[in-house]
Each structure stands twice: as structure tokens, then as C-alpha cells.
Design a protein around this ligand. Structure first.
Ligand SMILES: Nc1nc2c(ncn2[C@@H]2O[C@H](COP(=O)(O)OP(=O)(O)OP(=O)(O)O)[C@@H](O)[C@H]2O)c(=O)[nH]1
Ligand SMILES: [Mg+2]
Length: 281
């Protein structure tokens, strides 16, 4: 389900912020691997978009396809619930999961804001629906309940040589993280349809000795949206730039010069070529 805290959970597993997070559903659009390395195991966490129940654009179909792909190569599946989704919303998903021959784990997230009775009733529902699966209660935000969950996952990891070199923490290049950090600020700074009409692409990344010079393109679907993204005298986009630059600097440990440009790309959410170029298909 969207917005239940999957990306926050990935960050809690990894012990650092890798995936972007926002209070709005459909924040995550692509898959991201967080690779957790220890002396005797390597665990690859795959954060995925939430399932879009009523796809309105090709983009949504692509996001749902990404969820399906994630199912296919998972060794363990973690179904995250935040106590607000009803089980009926999960029914199709649970049916699809039943067919997969891998262990599943249920995580009830956001327990910091759930009443004890609510947690109990969600637990009861999932015990009935997925009797084979162990249920964990966590607060990904406060990093509570994460250690027992990781220990359980380690127990169920298949025996296999490490897939990635032990010093890698992700499958994505730095440009991807830059685009995502800008996109997160757009999700946090704008309302309604604006974040959903926006795609972010890192066009250029020049790594100099003391500074990284980065050019980022923000695509929107209409001129009116471009005006909103820019804001009066460019004030709104300036804020996005300041906030994103701070995060990027922290992430790469270096000073950043960040240039943001806004461009209109008509109906990009249904534009197959654009979606391909942006990595959705
Ligand atoms: N109170 C509380 N809020 C949480 C917790 N985990 C996540 N959140 C909040 O829930 C919202 C959604 O979190 P995300 O991690 O973006 O959720 P997601 O499942 O990745 O969402 P999508 O990518 O949109 O599907 C954010 O506002 C988070 O801060 C938690 O344990 N407690
Ligand atoms: Mg997410």
C-alpha cells in the first residue's frame, strides 16, 4: 500500500537516509536497493512504489509493474501495513503473495501513533489472513522494533555468495539520488497535483575537487504548473534548491552548486519514450 512507511523502513534498516519520504502517497516511483553489509551476510532491501489501485496514467502502470518485478526476485517479502489500511484493501495482494514460494513477513508500522487495541485488531486480521507469516510491530520513524525484525530476516536469508561488492550500499548512481532529493523537496513544498505532475532528471554532474556542480531539470506537464513551481519572483523554486542542496551536500560530503531549470513536457506521464528514458520501463 502507498504511504505506509516502506521507504522510512528501508532507511531504518540501512541506518541512513537513502530513500525519499513524504506524507503524500506515491512518493516512491522506482525501485531502490539498499545493500546492508555485515561480516557474515549481505542483505539487499528493495524499496518499491506502493501499488496504485486505480492507475490513471502509463506511469502508474509502470509503477505497478515495478512492484510485480520486485515480487519476482525477492527471497523474502515484507508486507507493510500502517494500521489504517483495511484487510480488504490487501486482499488481492495477499492472494498474489500466497502464490509466491518465499517466506513473507508482516510489518505493522507507525505503532508510535496507533492505539493498543488497533494494533491488536490488525494483528488478529493478519494472523487469520497470513497464518504462516510472523508479524512485527515497528515504528520505522523512531527506529523501534527494527533489530528483532532484521534478526528474523537474517534467519531466513538463503545461502548465496554476495551479489554486490561489500563496500556498495546501493545499485543506483549518485545522479539518481540527486534527482530523488530534489523530487522529495517538491513533494514537501507543493500541494495537490503539482508533485504528481513533476519528474526530475539530473542532466549534468561535474565532480570537481572541492565542489560538485549539478544541473537538474524539473519537468512539468503544463505552463501553469511551471509558474507554480517557480513561484513569485522564483521564490518557491529557490526554497526547493536550498533544501535539496543541503541534503545533497550531506549525502556526498561535499559542497554543491545546484542549478534547477523547469521545462514543460506535455503529458509526460503517458509518454512512453519519456518514461523509458526516465527508467520506468
Ligand atoms: N508516526 C509515524 N510516521 C511514519 C512512520 N514511518 C513512516 N511515517 C510517515 O509516513 C509517511 C509516509 O512514509 P514513506 O516512507 O514515504 O511511505 P512509503 O510507504 O514509502 O510511501 P510511498 O512511497 O508513497 O508508497 C511519511 O510522512 C513518514 O514520515 C512511523 O513509524 N511513525
Ligand atoms: Mg516510498
Amino acid at each position: 500500500m502507498p504511504n505506509v512507511g516502506k521507504s522510512t523502513l528501508l532507511n531504518a534498516f540501512m541506518g541512513e537516509k537513502m530513500a525519499i519520504v513524504s506524507p503524500k502517497p506515491q512518493t516512491t516511483r522506482q525501485r531502490l536497493f539498499g545493500i546492508l553489509n555485515a561480516e557474515d551476510f549481505q542483505m539487499i532491501f528493495s524499496d518499491s512504489p506502493g501499488f496504485v489501485l486505480n492507475p490513471s496514467y502509463k506511469l502508474h502502470e509502470d509503477m505497478n509493474m515495478i512492484v510485480q518485478t520486485a515480487f519476482k526476485d525477492a527471497d523474502i517479502i515484507i508486507l507493510v501495513n500502517d494500521g489504517y489500511n483495511t484487510l480488504s484493501e490487501h486482499e488481492d495482494l495477499i492472494k498474489a503473495l500466497e502464490k509466491l514460494p518465499v517466506p513473507k513477513v508482516v510489518v505493522i508500522n507507525k505503532i508510535d501513533q496507533l492505539k493498543a487495541e488497533r494494533i491488536e485488531s490488525v494483528k488478529e486480521e493478519f494472523t487469520k489472513a497470513m497464518p504462516e507469516s510472523k508479524i512485527f510491530e515497528v515504528s520505522a520513524l523512531n527506529k523501534k522494533g527494527i533489530t528483532p525484525l532484521i534478526e528474523h530476516l537474517i534467519e531466513h536469508l538463503p545461502l548465496h555468495p554476495a551479489y554486490y561488492p561489500k563496500d556498495e550500499i546501493s545499485d543506483r548512481p549518485i545522479r539518481y539520488f540527486v534527482s530523488e532529493m530534489v523530487r522529495e523537496k517538491i513533494f514537501l513544498n507543493y500541494k495537490k497535483e503539482i508533485p504528481y505532475s513533476t519528474e526530475v532528471v539530473t542532466e549534468d554532474y561535474k565532480d570537481e575537487e572541492n565542489i560538485a556542480r549539478i544541473t537538474v531539470m524539473i519537468y512539468v506537464e503544463r505552463n501553469s504548473q511551471k509558474a507554480i513551481i517557480l513561484g513569485k519572483h522564483g521564490a518557491a523554486i529557490k526554497n526547493v534548491g536550498i533544501q535539496a542542496r543541503k541534503d545533497i551536500e550531506e549525502f556526498i560530503g561535499k559542497q554543491v552548486y545546484l542549478e534547477l531549470t523547469v521545462k514543460v513536457r506535455n503529458n509526460w506521464r503517458n509518454d512512453i519514450n519519456f518514461l523509458k528514458k526516465s527508467g520506468y520501463r
